[in-house]
Each structure stands twice: as C-alpha cells, then as structure tokens.
Design a protein around this ligand. Structure first.
Ligand code: DGY
Length: 322
C-alpha cells in the first residue's frame, strides 16, 4: 500500500477509488490549504493529487521526498506545475483533459451570450431594483448570427466552442500553431472553420475567445496593441487563464472604447479582480467556473485518481502532461 496525499477537497468519486487501493491522507477543510500546511501534508507521499491552487515546484517536490512517483493535477491547465522540476526528479505529472471540454465550452459560450446580449447588466438592473420599462431601444445587444467568432487556440475546448457557435449561425476563424486535425472539426460544415494568423483574426472577429494554454509565450498575448487591432464593436472572452490577458491594458482599451466589452471567467491575480473591471457594465465576470458542474468535477477527480492508480501499479498514466 502506498501513501496518496490529496491536497484539497475533491469529489468522493476520486477519493473512494484511491482509498480502495491505498492509504489516503487528504485535506478535508472547506478553505484551501495554506502553503505551509501543504508542504507538511505532502511529506512522505508516493503520489499527490493537486488542484490548480497548489504551486508544484522544487520546494513542493522536495517536501514530498524522493519516493514521490506522480503528481496528478485535477485540472486540464497545468501552469501551477513546474514540469521541468518534476522531470528532473523523475516524477510523472498528469492532468485531466477531455472530461471537462464540453463544460468549459459551455462557460465560454455563456460568457459570450451574456456580454453580447447584456444579460448580466440586465440582471443587475432588476436586482438593484432600478426602475426599468420595456422599450424598443432598451438595452440592445449584438446578435451572434452571421457574426465572426475568432478562436485563439483550436484544441478540444476551442473546437467545442466552435461547434456551439456554428449551431448559432456564426462564422468561425481560428489561429493556432497547427492546422486543426479533421477529427477535431468533425460534424462542422466543411469550410465553416478557417485558420488564419492571430493578427488577421483580431481584425476580422466580432468576438475573440481565448482557448490556448497559459505558457511563457502566451503571457499577455492580449495587450494594448491587440485590443487596438480589434474592431471597436468586438468583444473578448477568456475562459482559459487570466494572465493571457494584460488586465491593465484591457481596462484601458475598454475605457477608451477600443473594444465593446469582455466576458471573463479567469483573472490575472485570482481571486483579485482589477477594480477597473468591477466598475464597468460592459464586462461579465465569473469566479473561475469553467469546469464547475457536479458531473465534470466528479469525472476530473476520477481521472486524476485513475492516473495515480495506474502509476502506482507500474502502468503508464492515462493522461500524462509530457
Ligand atoms: C482547468 O481544468 O484548467 C480549469 O481551469 C479548472 O476548472
């Protein structure tokens, strides 16, 4: 029996699978674990299950000890993991792709609808008991039909967003290092999805939706220059990672009317949100709900557990990061 440490609360589907085969030491408190408690908890672990709130770096791996075999992140994004530090110590790192694709695309699509149709703004009017009356020109938004959606990063989630947008009658363009494989775009009408350069995508899109991973190369991918290149009537949606957008530049672009609005599920300094964004009605803000459904979180926990169980049995992990 090996020791598996789980550094934050995860759904029972994951915990029970781990407990069936191993000793499990889990953080059971409502609040997220502190760094100090986390370093203490992982000591002696053969496997660790982490969330995106834990920074898995050299210090973390050393605190766990040389017997550590695998770090299983319960998230598809793994910018919280120093992959090189894991590799240097022979520790396998895994994530949870695919199981959260549709849920995260729902979140991105929801943000797009909310911001273009001003649903958040409308809801705030009612909740604040501000007087209102139906009117021909009251709270008009932008219709999505016939508009162009620019997808930055055509992976699983980008493609799921594209499928939704095709069903809504949008034209799809995307930028990516690679041409999307045919199976990723299966079911979409041929020619409905076009690849172009990032610069061109910014110029032609009515909505720019970010679906790329957060890497050194995508840090502040959207900055002052990029917002200036967008249509003044266009919106940006981010359900990927906060620091892909330079938030100060976004606030400046919104204040200057260089773009029409933003829908954000992620932030540069989570959970802090730039005060400039809080003050704007043409911005929709969600507290990182991308994969937040009961079903998806259960599937993520189960996949992370299955990765751990595979490695501890001496098998290949199901979804290794590298
Ligand atoms: C992920 O998996 O990367 C999401 O951001 C977590 O919901």
């Amino acid at each position: 029996m090996a020791l598996v440490v789980v550094t934050n609360r995860i759904p029972a589907e994951g915990l029970e699978a781990l407990r069936a085969e191993h000793e499990v030491r889990a953080w059971e408190h409502e609040e997220c674990i502190s760094r100090a408690d986390c370093l203490r908890l992982v000591a002696g672990a053969d496997a660790v299950v982490t969330l995106l709130t834990e920074k898995v770096d050299g210090e973390f791996l050393d605190a766990a000890g040389p017997q550590l075999q695998v770090v299983a992140n319960v998230a598809v994004g793994y910018n919280n993991i120093d992959v090189a530090a894991c590799q240097a110590r022979g520790v396998i790192a895994t994530n949870t792709p695919k199981v959260l694709t549709e849920t995260t695309a729902d979140t991105a699509f929801g943000l797009m609808l909310m911001v273009t149709r001003r649903f958040g703004e409308g809801e705030r009017i009612i909740r604040s008991q501000t007087p209102w009356q139906w009117g021909m020109f009251y709270l008009l938004g932008m219709g999505l039909q016939g508009k162009t959606l620019g997808i930055v990063g055509m992976g699983q989630i980008g493609a799921a967003m594209a499928r939704r947008a095709v069903a809504f009658g949008m034209d799809i363009v995307y930028s990516d290092e690679h041409e999307a494989p045919a199976e990723l775009l299966a079911g979409m009408p041929s020619g409905a999805v076009r690849r172009m350069s990032f610069d061109e995508l910014l110029r032609v899109s009515d909505v720019v939706s970010l679906h790329c991973p957060y890497l050194p190369s995508t840090h502040h991918l959207m900055g002052a220059e990029q917002f200036a290149a967008m249509k003044r009537t266009a919106y940006v949606v981010n359900s990927a990672r906060g620091p892909i957008i330079d938030e100060a530049a976004l606030v400046a672009a919104l204040q200057a009317g260089e773009i029409a609005g933003a829908g954000l599920d992620v932030f540069e300094q989570e959970p802090t949100v730039h005060p400039g964004l809080l003050a704007m009605d043409n911005v929709v803000l969600l507290p990182h709900l991308g994969s937040a459904t009961t079903e998806t979180r259960a599937a993520m926990a189960r996949l992370a557990a299955d990765n751990v169980l595979a490695v501890l049995r001496g098998e290949r992990p199901i979804t290794p990061i590298t």
